[in-house]
Design a binder for this molecule. Structure first.
Ligand SMILES: *Cc1c(COP(=O)(O)O)cnc(C)c1O
Length: 365
């Protein structure tokens, strides 16, 4: 059996440290906020090469808080990649803004910068980009468009902790960026978790308020906020894991290179790494014919594959009011039918990779 992600292997390797961190929190009996959270924020900001990190309750909460903090009014438009997790679109929707979808690049699956300008109108305020699968979107042309058209950029970096674009960490291009610590992400908590990073001190202070009932101090509420804090327990766990993230990302990159060379020999096209990108391979995905049959075939052989994502956002029931139909964003629609993510985690062995490649190759094409 080869799981899609093996969180047990990671726990076995770090058990003493993780158990001690969990016990420390319980013994201190500080479960909300406290030193663990502020220390994690400082450490994650440093890792991300950003000035501020705000720990929150999930990647979705991170996106929602960012959009609540931006100067948007109902009916404003936000450019959103059609090929992303749906939370990227929900966050602008939550504040009454309208996500305007843009198709993806056929090689990286990230938003296609060449298709952004045609989607911009006089109501557009923000370009939201997702760094999908562990690889940065093509930020140079995106930042150029944003600057020329006077738009803000928000990054959904929920799949790309530690990735770089031309040497620069993802998450540090736009006004603010969202990270998820969902357990299976490159940096995962033992439950839900997330963070926002930004280089804007005022925005950071505002986001900290919004995350905690809009308060400046206990029972003083400057504005309407919510409860979207990261648990202290999760912060303590994430602090232990963050130290290993760079090594884990290297192991993922190594595994991806092994997969790629073996799959190429077998006649498959490996994932594209765009020039100047340090890809951290949250997801290792290839395109195959008869994808659903291949997925079932792998499952019968104890190999767990996955599809990111089977239905593009513009075709989801949640956005039926936009009236999109099949054919509107052909590149991501085609990818949705062909993409297959193979098991990928740092502890994956070459023997396991060989087993996966053998099964993929044995599938009658
Ligand atoms: C995981 C993910 C999210 C949501 O994060 P949660 O922590 O699960 O709320 C948002 N966007 C992308 C691209 C993701 O991969």
């Amino acid at each position: 059996m080869i799981p899609f992600v093996d969180l047990k292997a990671q726990y076995r390797a770090l058990k003493p440290e993780l158990d001690a961190a969990i016990a420390r929190v319980i013994e201190n009996a500080v479960f909300i906020g406290g030193e663990e959270v502020t220390a994690f924020e400082a450490e994650f900001a440093q890792f991300s090469e950003a000035s501020h990190a705000i720990a929150v309750s999930s990647g979705t909460a991170a996106l929602e808080l960012i959009f609540r903090a931006l100067p948007l009014t109902a009916g404003d438009e936000v450019i959103v990649p059609a090929n992303s997790y749906i939370a990227t679109a929900f966050a602008p929707s939550l504040v009454g803004a309208v996500p305007v979808f843009v198709d993806c690049d056929p090689l990286t699956y990230n938003i296609d910068p060449a298709k952004i300008e045609a989607a911009i109108t006089s109501r557009t305020k923000v370009i939201a980009v997702t760094h999908l699968y562990g690889q940065s979107a093509d930020m140079d042309p995106i930042m150029e468009i944003a600057e020329r058209r006077g738009l803000l950029v928000v990054e959904d970096a929920c799949q790309s902790h530690g990735a770089r674009y031309h040497g620069k960490r993802v998450g540090s291009f736009g006004i603010a960026s969202a990270f998820s610590f969902y357990p299976g992400k490159n940096l995962g908590a033992y439950g839900d978790g997330g963070a926002i990073i930004t280089n804007d001190a005022d925005l950071a202070a505002r986001l900290k308020r919004l995350r905690e009932y809009g308060q400046t101090e206990k029972y003083v509420h400057l504005e309407k906020g919510t409860n979207a804090r990261l648990d202290t327990l999760q912060a303590a766990i994430l602090r232990v894991k963050l130290v290993h993230l760079e090594n884990w990302n290297q192991a993922r990159t190594h595994n991806a290179a092994l997969y790629s060379s073996k799959l190429s020999v077998a006649g498959f096209t490996p994932p594209s790494i765009a020039p100047g990108n340090d890809h951290v391979f949250h997801i290792f995905a290839i395109e195959v014919d008869r994808r659903d049959d291949m997925l079932a075939y792998l499952k019968e052989r104890g190999i767990q594959g996955n599809i990111h994502y089977p239905v593009p956002i513009h075709l989801q029931g949640a956005y039926r009011e936009q009236g999109h139909v099949e054919g509107d964003f052909p590149v991501c629609e085609k990818a949705a039918k062909r993409i297959l993510a193979l098991p990928m985690f740092p502890e994956l062995t070459e023997m396991q990779i060989d087993e996966v490649v053998a099964a993929v190759t044995a599938f009658p094409r």
